[in-house]
Design a protein around this ligand. Structure first.
Ligand code: NAD
Ligand code: WQD
Length: 339
């Protein structure tokens, strides 16, 4: 066993896939999740894949007293991967204080507890949303942070600042901030995947629900953007590839492979795909048609963004490997399982 890792939000979409990869790499995982956006059955799915049941504590990271009991119960936590957060951009506009409380207080509590319990490092889930619409593409980690377009986006920026300022002020731990582009797909076993809450706002869950007949039609938000086919461009990254980057990041911190106390990495494929190209790839990969129509632009959408992942490729030695077709097939197989 390589050591204990606390995975907050480990019952969620990216957290569950990361737990699988951590266990496969020989880490002992303790999941803390309040199940506000996940189901406890995901823990069974993790166990089915790896044969190991991760420890699970149904705890709200906002509640410092209860969170402290986890550190007491599991001494010798070496590192934290902090996924727990509210993540619906639209909801954050209507309930900003809920987002600020949940996403900011959770991280504050962890940063305060880490030195007390001698935790060596924290990996933080950030987002390409911090770049807004970049002036230059592909966007690298040195691009300026733009004013946030939503309270959710603002929580990611403020969280990054919490970590930066704490380390600047002499905190003993290391941190790696991972800026994800658009995670999609599911584990190839179809034992775990994304559990959309209500009507999905994100493209791929809406698309697979349309393909299976839960939704009548997928709306393509705009075909008059300054892109080759007029629809928006994103960098869609396979969730298992994304999960693997977390294992590399935690190893890098715990094994002191870098002199830097704080590092930032883009996690993307480096390839931009338009909404229409993605629909086409899905149809090619699965043979299933997706009824869709062009509608007006969605407010607040970025026209085009894709990553320059060179730093992650060269420094972490991590590269996104899965093809878009395999990734979309995995999303479809997960949808077939969910029905
Ligand atoms: P998710 O909602 O599936 O997972 C988050 C998990 O955290 C859920 O299981 C939820 O129940 C739990 N949680 C929320 N608040 C909590 C709290 N206070 N205490 C304990 N548990 C809590 O989301 P995800 O897609 O897996 O995202 C994981 C992280 O990655 C989030 O921080 C998110 O902002 C970030 N991120 C996600 C994306 C994306 O497109 N999915 C992109 C960029 C960044
Ligand atoms: C992708 C593309 C839409 C739905 C959001 C957050 C971001 C990050 C990832 C967490 C866009 C188009 C979508 C639909 C469509 N999350 N679309 N019809 O907007 O890139 O990013 O999730 O950090 O912060 O903002 O992802 O999946 O919503 O949209 O045409 O029904 O699909 O316009 O071009 P987005 P998305």
């Amino acid at each position: 066993m390589k050591g204990r890792i606390l995975v907050t939000g480990g019952a969620g979409y990216i957290g569950s896939h990361t737990t699988v990869e951590l266990q496969n790499a020989g880490y002992e995982v303790i999941i803390v999740d309040n199940l506000s956006n996940s189901k406890v059955e995901i823990i069974d799915g993790i166990e089915k894949i790896t044969g190991i049941r991760p420890a699970f504590e149904q705890v709200d990271c906002v509640n410092k007293a209860v969170l402290t009991t986890v550190f007491k119960k599991y001494p010798d936590i070496k590192g934290i991967i902090h996924f727990a957060a509210s993540k619906a951009v639209g909801e954050s506009v209507h309930k900003p204080l809920l987002y600020y409380r949940n996403n900011l207080v959770s991280l504050l509590n962890l940063l305060e507890l880490m030195p007390e319990y001698d935790v060596k490092g924290i990996v933080f889930s950030s987002s390409c949303t911090v770049y807004g619409q970049p002036e230059r593409l592909p966007v690298d980690e040195t691009a300026p942070i733009q004013p946030a377009l939503s309270p959710y986006g603002n929580t990611k920026q403020i969280n990054e600042e919490f970590i930066r300022d704490a380390i600047h002020a002499g905190a003993s731990y290391k941190s790696i901030i991972l800026r994800y582009f658009n995670p999609i797909g599911a584990h190839p076993s179809a034992e775990i995947g994304e559990l959309p809450n209500g009507v999905p706002q994100n493209l791929v869950p809406f698309l697979t629900q349309t393909a299976i007949g839960i939704r009548k039609e997928l709306s393509v938000f705009g075909n008059d953007y300054n892109t080759p086919d007029g629809s928006c461009i994103r960098d869609y990254i396979n969730v298992v590839d994304l999960a693997k980057a977390h294992v590399v990041a935690i190893e890098r911190m715990l094994e002191n492979r870098s002199d830097e106390q704080l590092e930032y990495f883009n996690l993307g494929t480096g390839k931009g795909l338009s909404v229409l190209q993605l629909i086409n790839s899905f149809e090619q990969a699965t043979g299933v048609k997706v009824p869709h129509k062009i509608v007006g632009r969605r407010e607040g959408d970025i026209e085009k963004i894709w990553a320059n992942p060179r730093r992650a490729n060269e420094v972490l030695g991590w590269t996104a490997k899965e093809t878009i077709e395999d990734t979309l097939r995995s999303a479809w197989n997960w949808q077939l399982k969910l029905k």
